[in-house]
Write a protein that binds this ligand. Structure first.
Ligand code: SAH
Ligand code: SF4
Ligand code: F3S
Length: 449
C-alpha cells in the first residue's frame, strides 16, 4: 500500500526548494503526500540549525506529534541542516523517537532509508539506535540537476543554482551543515526555467548562499542571470543572496539594463563596526559596505535594499553597536531582518569567542534596531504614495478589503491592490494610495500587457 508522507519545512528558501526535491524523489518512488500531518504514515521534518530557537521548534514539533498520536505508530525522519550536526544526539535520544536521518546531500537515498526502517529485522528489535538508518554524507558534487522539483502551483519558483558555502563567517553553521560550494551548469538552470514557464510560473528566484561566487566553467552569476531573464515567458527574475565582499560591477550593469531583473538586492550587513565585522570574518569594512551602497544607488536610483543584522556578537560593546545603528540610518534599508547572536556548536565563533553579551543587552539592541527600521520603512514606503509601481499579482488578499489582491512590487514590497481589471499572474502598473512600514496599498493604473 502507498505510504502517506507529510513534510514540514523550517528554515530558509533553500530548504523550501529542497522540500520540493524530496517530494519529487519520493513521488517517483511511489510514495503519496498528505496535507494533514495526523493522517501521515511518515512525517518528515526539513530542519534548520541557523539559530537555537530553530532547534526548539523541531523538538517541540516532535513532542506534540507524539502526544497527538497517543502511542499509534508514526515514522519520523529528520532532513535538512540539523541532520548533519546532530546525528548522534538525535538517534540516541530515545524519548524523541526519531527513525531515520538524511542530510541535504542524501535525499536521493530517502526511499532506501525509509525501506530500511520498514524492514522486519529492524522492527523486531524495536529500531535500536545503532540500527537506525542515516546518511548525512556531504557531497562535493551533488546538485540534484537531474531532479525536477515538485512545486505547488504558484507565481514564484525557487531555483537553487548552487549548494553549500565556503565563506565560513565565524557565527554560521551553514558551511558545516551544507558542505562545500558547488554550482549547477547554466544549461541545466535554463532547462529548469523553460519547464517552469511551461508550468505557468511567472517569476524565478535564483538561490545560493552567496550567489556572487556562482561559477561554472567560463560562466559567472551575471552571465547566468542574464540568460535566465532572457527566456521568453519569464516575467521577473530575483536572486538571494549576494555577499557584500565581492559584488561584481558586471552584475549591477546587467541588473540595470534588464527590466525583467528586479531592482532589489538583499545585502546582509551583519554589523556596522569594523572590529566586529573582522571577528565575524565578513571580509569587508563599514566604509566598503557604504561605498557599495553608493555605487548601487548611483547606477540604479530606485534600487530597494534589504539586509540581515546580528546583534550581540561576542564582545560587541555599546559603542560598537552604535556603529550598526549609524550604518542603518545612513543606508536607510527598505527592510531588515534582525537577529540576536546565537552560539552554534562547531562554528569558529563558538570555539574562539565566549558568548558574553548578556541576554537583556541583546534584547535591548534588537528592540532598538527594530524600532529604528520600522521608522525608516514607514518613511520610505510613504514616500512612494502617488508613485506608479509595477506589481506582480500573486494571490487573493487575505488582509485587504474583499476582492483585493496581494502582489509584490519590483522592489519586493508587499502590495495590496484594490479590486480591478486584472488577475493572478498579471504584471500591472499600480498607483500607490497608502503605505505602512509593512506594505503598500494601491489601485490599478493601467494593464501592462
Ligand atoms: N548565506 C546567507 C545567510 C544565510 S543565514 C548570506 O550570507 O546572506 C541567514 C541569516 O541568519 C544571516 O544573514 C545572519 O544574519 C543570520 N545568522 C546566521 N547565523 C547566525 C547566528 N549564529 N546567530 C544569529 N543569527 C545568525
Ligand atoms: Fe553563513 Fe556566511 Fe555562508 Fe552566509 S556567507 S551561509 S552567513 S557562512
Ligand atoms: Fe537555511 Fe537554516 Fe540551513 S537558514 S541553509 S535551513 S541552517
Amino acid at each position: 500500500m502507498t505510504k502517506k508522507v507529510f513534510i514540514k519545512t523550517l528554515g530558509c528558501q533553500m530548504n523550501e526548494y529542497d522540500t520540493e526535491l524530496v517530494r519529487a524523489i519520493l513521488t517517483k518512488a511511489d510514495f503519496g503526500f498528505v496535507e494533514d500531518e495526523d493522517k501521515a504514515d511518515i512525517v518528515l521534518l526539513n530542519t534548520c540549525s541557523v539559530r537555537e530557537n530553530a532547534h526548539r521548534k523541531v523538538y517541540g514539533h516532535i513532542h506534540s506529534l507524539k502526544h497527538r498520536r497517543n502511542g499509534n505508530p508514526v515514522m519520523i525522519g529528520i532532513l535538512g541542516c540539523m541532520a548533519t550536526g546532530l546525528r548522534e544526539d538525535l538517534l540516541n535520544n530515545r524519548h524523541l523517537g526519531i527513525d531515520f536521518i538524511a542530510g541535504p546531500d542524501s535525499y536521493k537515498r530517502l526511499p532506501e532509508l525509509i525501506e530500511k526502517c520498514c524492514s522486519k529485522e529492524v522492527e523486531a528489535t524495536g529500531r535500536s539506535p545503532v540500527q537506525k538508518p542515516f546518511d548525512v554524507t556531504l557531497s562535493e558534487f551533488e546538485t540534484y540537476s537531474d531532479v525536477y522539483p515538485s512545486r505547488e502551483q504558484g507565481i514564484n519558483a525557487w531555483i537553487a543554482i548552487m549548494r553549500g558555502c565556503d565563506n565560513f563567517c565565524t557565527f554560521c553553521v551553514v558551511p558545516y551543515t551544507r558542505g562545500r560550494e558547488r554550482s549547477r551548469s547554466p544549461e541545466n538552470v535554463l532547462k529548469e526555467t523553460r519547464r517552469l514557464v511551461k508550468d505557468r510560473f511567472k517569476q524565478v528566484t535564483l538561490l545560493g548562499q552567496n550567489v556572487n561566487s556562482y561559477k561554472h566553467e567560463g560562466s559567472d552569476f551575471a552571465d547566468l542571470i542574464e540568460v535566465v531573464a532572457n527566456i521568453e515567458g519569464i516575467k521577473r527574475v530575483r536572486f538571494m543572496s549576494p555577499h557584500p565582499k565581492d559584488f561584481p560591477g558586471k552584475l549591477l550593469d546587467v541588473m540595470a539594463d534588464n527590466p525583467k531583473i528586479c531592482k532589489h538586492i538583499h545585502l546582509p550587513l551583519q554589523a556596522g563596526n569594523d572590529r566586529i565585522l573582522n571577528l565575524m570574518n565578513r571580509t569587508y569594512t563599514q566604509a566598503e559596505f557604504l561605498k557599495l551602497v553608493d555605487k548601487f544607488r548611483a547606477k540604479c536610483p530606485q534600487i530597494s535594499l534589504t539586509t540581515d543584522i546580528i546583534v550581540g556578537f561576542p564582545s560587541e560593546t555599546d559603542t560598537e553597536f552604535e556603529d550598526t545603528v549609524r550604518v542603518m540610518e545612513k543606508v536607510g534599508f527598505d527592510a531588515a531582518f534582525i537577529f540576536k547572536y546565537s552560539q552554534r556548536k562547531g562554528t569558529i565563533a563558538a570555539r574562539k569567542y565566549p558568548d558574553d553579551v548578556p541576554g537583556e543587552k541583546k534584547t535591548e539592541r534588537i528592540v532598538r534596531l527594530n524600532q529604528l527600521q520600522k521608522e525608516i520603512s514607514r518613511r520610505k514606503n510613504r514616500a512612494l504614495i502617488g508613485s506608479v509601481q509595477e506589481v506582480l499579482i500573486e494571490s487573493a488578499s487575505t488582509t485587504g478589503s474583499p476582492g483585493s489582491y496581494y502582489g509584490r512590487s519590483d522592489g519586493n514590497k508587499t502590495v495590496i491592490v484594490a479590486p480591478g481589471d486584472y488577475a493572478v499572474g498579471d504584471l500591472i502598473q499600480a498607483t500607490v494610495t497608502d503605505a505602512s512600514p509593512n506594505d503598500l496599498k494601491a489601485e490599478i493604473a493601467q494593464p501592462k500587457e
